[in-house]
Design a protein around this ligand. Sequence first.
Ligand code: UD1
Length: 334
Amino acid sequence: MAILVTGGAGYIGSHTSVQLLNAGYDIVVIDNLSNSKFSTLQRVREITDRDFTFYQADLLDRETLRNIFSSHRIEAVIHFAGLKSVGESARIPLHYYHNNITGTLNLCEVMQKHGVKKLVFSSSATVYGVPEQVPITEEAALGATNPYGRTKLMLEQILYDLWLSDTEWSIALLRYFNPIGAHPSGKIGEDPRGIPNNLVPYVSQVAAGKLKELSIFGGDYCTPDGTGIRDYIHVMDLADGHLKALDKVLTEAGIEAFNLGTGKGYSVLEVVDAFRKATGKTIPVTYTTRRPGDVDVSIAAPDKAREKLGWVAKRDIGVMCEDAWRWQANNLTD
Ligand code: UD1
């Protein structure tokens, strides 16, 4: 029996694949490589000294999906594949809805046809929109503020309806806060195309001398130092959270949402400071206007994941920055 990992060449997918292989699972990876590289999969093999089957294919291609399910005994699916840029989703919403929603519908239809009803779904804290209060619990009001976020929210609702129609399904909806960092080997990490949108990849490229300075998007937020506060979580902790969620879907039916965060918040300035300390690099900063859609504070209440999955994030902000930098420094020529 194998675990199918969709989007397994991507940032979170590749780290979770490493942890699955290390834990002894057999995996089958499907990825269209639209925002990831084939070489990442080779590095997953190097890190784990294990092999797996890879299909370069798209979830929009149902025929290939059917063939994959016919060729392997799939026990459960961890579904990462999807487009994830907030800004891009506002420019090409139809493409986002088509890709993320139709891709997931195809996946679930083929799963259902093959009697595979165990799913760990990659959701996001973005489903909380502008939070009414922090820390954010899973019971908080939902309401995404951009097309990308709405694809995640709609998919959560679709999966809930699927479970209502057939309670044999077992589904974990994992709402990630802000994943950063990289595998400690420095062989895999976040590899954004072009200029990074997210804070830590941007800071890493400033430290590497690829970008001149960090633009801080607003110094007038309702926070102690005026910059936005987020709950940054090490991608390896996030990967471990998927293994715990997998244990749960393998053993009991139902559908539940879980926050995956640390419960601690850091401002942009605190992240820059932690990065400087971890790497000894200078990070010049400048202030600019707020980025539309950004909230003051986003921090998880991670209690449900602790109580029901037996999972807690272990790596601190210093380790997150060290690992992010090791990956960046190793991949300067990429
Ligand atoms: C963003 C996405 C979110 C997605 C998440 C994935 C937006 C509005 N939200 O979250 O939907 O799930 O990434 O990790 O894009 N910042 C700067 N300068 C920069 C980059 C960021 O000051 O060059 C600040 C932001 O204003 C924010 C913090 O750093 O306060 C974190 O930003 P980022 O890493 O982009 O994450 P989010 O916006 O929280």
